[in-house]
Design a protein around this ligand. Structure first.
Ligand SMILES: Cc1cc2nc3c(=O)[nH]c(=O)nc-3n(C[C@H](O)[C@H](O)[C@H](O)COP(=O)(O)OP(=O)(O)OC[C@H]3O[C@@H](n4cnc5c(N)ncnc54)[C@H](O)[C@@H]3O)c2cc1C
Length: 454
């Protein structure tokens, strides 16, 4: 048995970045990772990341083998592919919107930073369960997969950053920590890295195709990774009986650019696409990244928000340890900060939009884009979690254009209002656990008013 200040389970973007930040603050950090050190980062992924996700936490931008392409916008296509909307997040003075990356090089780099800062990395360590003392998590049991021995590691605070496997969250018995994520709240994906016959054009754009036929409840993506290499995949809403790989193979036949493409790698994966956990903390334990449901429910991107969670929680853990209070109350400031000031509010608001999009069929989606019922500005604002605000003048124009789909227009407005309310609720997330329950009921009510499941 070993004793530490902090145990981090999982060396993905959430765990690796937290480990670096916590070690920099002087904490004794142990990272337990089930993969071997040189496979960390090897994850089926779209490999797209926005610039601000690296800029804000001070991570140098990708270069060399890690860098796929610089990206200058996302083109969102309706099923007909007749029109598209471009979303750009370019910040003035920055070279681009974001990048496509080679995920394993990126993962290796983040973990290297953690090591340089002084965190200990133990690979081949498959974490099995939390160890409790009077209801407080005081460490974990893990299997050393090389020696097959079961070991224990103890710490003042343990963080579950184990991604979708959520190895510790699944064993929690706490009403505010959901053990499992409903299948309907998961994006179930299949993707391939393809070498095309010709370079993908435009090389600086990521493509998203909203098509209910090939990606029911999700979308198809084509992300150029430089030259003839492209990361192509699709996600569908879980629990609906779809086989993402079959749908993907059908989709490839729809476009001649995929003819005779060579498959460099193929694989499946899943991501949580729902509101964040009710609470990211319990006695002695914290949940970040996919384990905390810190994923954008619209596009399933979670690398940036996972890194951000690690960044925000590191000083809060240090403070909790220093003041000798690692209880739910001592760690609660993470709930407050991440929800009020960071990604929590955006994820919660976008979850309502995700529900709306999952109701919209191909014909309606074509109508909305082709008749400019939704514009680039709307989607940019919505992407920021801010709902869709139609000005009075704007409303009249859109009313005329949307006259054939009045029901849909009203629905968009209703959900949009609820998104703004959700933002306000998360921006006033309760300061302490004792006022949490009435706040939670208001969030639940917002879902129910729209006929959605929270
Ligand atoms: C198909 C697909 C495409 C995606 N595309 C994008 C994209 O383009 N852009 C984007 O931003 N996001 C994307 N995402 C989401 C993104 O991959 C995740 O949100 C992100 O990786 C979350 O980081 P994390 O550190 O929480 O978890 P992970 O990256 O999953 O890392 C978890 C780590 O924990 C380890 N681990 C798991 N269980 C245990 C255990 N029991 N013991 C020890 N270690 C354990 C794992 O080996 C892993 O190293 C995509 C997801 C999928 C499935």
């Amino acid at each position: 048995m070993t004793q530490h200040d902090l145990i981090v389970v999982g060396a993905g973007p959430a765990g690796a970045h937290l480990a670096k930040e916590a070690a920099k603050l002087g904490l004794d950090v142990l990272v337990l990772e089930r993969l071997s050190r040189d496979r960390v980062g090897d994850k089926v992924c779209g490999e797209g990341i926005a610039l601000h996700h690296l800029k804000n936490p001070g991570i140098p931008y990708p270069t060399g083998k890690e860098l796929g392409n610089t990206i200058d916008g996302i083109d969102i296509y309706p099923p007909s592919m007749e029109n598209h909307i471009t979303i750009s997040q370019r910040v003035e003075g920055e070279p681009c919107d974001g990048w496509t990356i080679d995920r394993i090089y990126f993962g290796q780099r983040l973990l290297g930073y953690a090591e340089e800062a002084g965190a200990k990395i133990q690979d081949h360590a498959h974490v099995l369960e939390p160890i409790f003392d009077n209801g407080t998590v005081i460490g974990v049991k893990y299997k050393d997969t090389k020696t097959k021995k079961i070991r224990e590691a103890h710490a003042q605070v343990t963080v579950d950053a184990s991604g979708m496997s959520a190895s510790l969250r699944r064993k929690m018995k706490n009403p505010h920590i959901e053990q499992t994520i409903e299948l309907r709240d998961q994006a179930v994906c299949y993707r391939e890295i393809l070498e095309l016959q010709e370079p993908f054009e435009p090389a600086d754009r990521c493509w998203i195709i909203m098509d209910d036929h090939y990606s029911p409840g999700g979308y198809v993506w084509i992300f150029p990774r430089g030259g003839k290499i492209a990361n192509v995949g699709l996600g569908t809403q879980g629990g609906q009986g779809h086989r993402p790989k079959d749908l993907y193979k059908q989709f490839l036949k729809t476009n001649p650019i995929f003819k005779d493409a060579k498959v460099i790698h193929g694989g499946g994966g899943a991501a949580p696409i729902r509101r964040p956990l009710w609470s990211y903390v319990a006695d002695g334990i914290v949940f970040i990244g996919d384990s905390g449901c810190h994923v954008n429910p619209i596009h399933g991107g979670g690398i940036g928000s996972a890194i951000e969670a690690g960044h925000v929680v590191a000083p809060i853990i240090q403070q909790a340890i220093e003041s000798n209070d690692v209880s739910t109350s001592g760690l609660w400031p993470f709930n407050v900060k991440y929800n009020r000031e960071h990604y929590g509010q955006k994820i919660a608001s976008l979850d309502l939009m995700r529900h709306l999009l999952q109701e919209v069929g191909n014909e309606e989606f074509d109508y909305v884009i082709n008749n400019r019922i939704l514009t680039t500005e709307d989607l940019q604002r919505a992407n920021a979690g801010e709902g869709i605000h139609l000005s009075a003048l704007d409303k009249a124009g859109r009313f005329m254009r949307g006259i054939r789909k009045l029901g849909l227009l009203r629905r968009i407005q209703r959900v949009s209002r609820a998104m703004s309310e959700m933002l306000s609720l998360y921006r006033s997330f309760p300061e302490a656990p004792d006022t949490f329950e009435p706040w939670k009921q208001r969030v639940v009510q917002l879902y129910h008013d729209l006929g959605y499941q929270p």
